[in-house]
Design a protein around this ligand. Structure first.
Ligand code: DAH
Length: 356
């Protein structure tokens, strides 16, 4: 008992004289896991049963008194330290301001935003779909049956077969979202689908992951004139050249009939590339009237409805519009590149303004 009183007096005296660091040492040595008081509490079990209750109570009182004294002293010391620093610290108003780091919008996001703005102004809405697709949505329903040669061009990433033996694919284009939309919605349909696509292809102009934007219009009286008007307007607004020459060249896609590729006018004089009137052409997108087989595959009556579709690569469009020479730099996450080619947030030019 006397020992406890003595211990308390000693500890309180030490606490009273301690600075912040010594205070923490004292707390650990008295109340920590192997501290003096903690050790005594653990020793209660060895006492004769009739002494345990008393000892427990007294140790508790001691423990609380020491903990409270430490807390109180800590408050006093901290308040004193704060007063001292307030008395001596001065704000140096001549210091230069800290540089403010603002982020940049990646050119891919910017290009998608611009394209979506243009199409939404024309009455399209945005649709999206998953990256992992069924073979049916990615190929078969798009009129690319199992042995079709177009499958070979797609360098498809296949997933291991699931329990039913089905092999899913990483979608090779955004076109499967056409299928999903036509299966789930009734015409009229007017959608654009920006998103990631995947092909096992990697060199200076190909990346295994890239972005496309797809368009689909289905209605009762849609014809090739609508397709041409829509895409000519898109190219002119996107590249911001009012009289941009746009030409439609016959082509082939299994999911459209007839199909066309769209070229825009450009000039390569002097080694550079200028988009606009010139002697050359640059391919920019693929399009066509939706093949009746595709409509029927989705349960849409092809004698009543028809429409058009188109698809283009986002990276390629961004490279052309913003003069970005190398595809690989898009994915390197180099902050210097992003500072140079990226866009300041909230300062996005309203590209749709040009539309009437
Ligand atoms: N899916 C085509 C590709 O990846 C692009 C495309 C062409 C989409 C014509 C279309 C279209 O919807 O009509 O190369």
């Amino acid at each position: 008992m006397e020992n406890l009183d003595q211990l308390k007096t000693d500890l309180l005296a030490q606490i009273d004289n301690a600075d912040l660091a010594a205070l923490e040492d004292l707390r650990v040595s008295a109340l920590g896991k192997s501290g003096t008081i903690t050790g005594m509490v653990k020793g209660i079990g060895q006492l004769p049963p009739e002494d345990r209750r008393d000892a427990g109570q007294q140790l508790n009182v001691l423990k609380n008194a020491v903990a409270e004294a430490i807390d109180a002293k800590k408050d006093v010391l901290e308040a004193a330290a704060l007063d001292a620093s307030l008395a001596t610290d001065r704000i140096d108003v001549t210091l230069p301001q800290r540089p403010e780091e603002t982020g940049r919008i990646h050119p891919i996001s910017q290009t998608i935003d611009e394209m979506v703005a243009i199409f939404c102004e024309m009455g399209f809405t945005v649709a999206e779909g998953p990256h992992i697709e069924s073979d049916f949505n990615n190929f078969t329903a798009l009129n690319i049956p199992p042995e079709h040669p177009a499958r070979q061009d797609h360098d498809t990433f296949y997933l291991p077969p699931n329990e039913e033996g089905e092999r899913k694919v990483l979608r090779t284009h955004t076109s499967p979202v056409q299928i999903r939309t036509m299966v789930n919605e009734k015409p009229p349909i007017r959608i654009v689908v920006p998103g990631r696509t995947f092909r096992a292809d990697h060199d200076a102009t190909h990346s295994p992951m890239f972005h496309q934007i797809e368009g689909l219009v289905i209605d009762e009286a849609t014809h090739m004139g609508h397709l041409k008007g829509c895409l000519i307007e898109f190219c002119r607004v996107f590249f911001d050249v009012d009289d941009l020459p746009v030409r439609f060249r016959p082509s082939y896609f299994p999911f459209t009939e007839p199909s066309a590729e769209v070229d825009i006018g450009c000039s390569r004089e002097g080694g550079g590339l200028t988009i606009g009137a010139g002697a050359d052409w640059l391919e920019i997108l693929g399009c066509g009237m939706v093949n009746p087989h595709v409509l029927e595959n989705c349960g849409i009556d092809s004698t009543k409805y028809q429409g058009f579709a188109f698809g283009l690569g986002i990276e390629r469009a961004a490279m052309l519009k913003y003069g970005i020479p190398d595809l690989r730099t898009f994915y390197e996450s180099d902050i210097r590149w992003l500072k140079h080619y990226g866009f300041v947030p909230l300062d996005v030019p309203n590209v749709a303004e040009g539309l009437v």
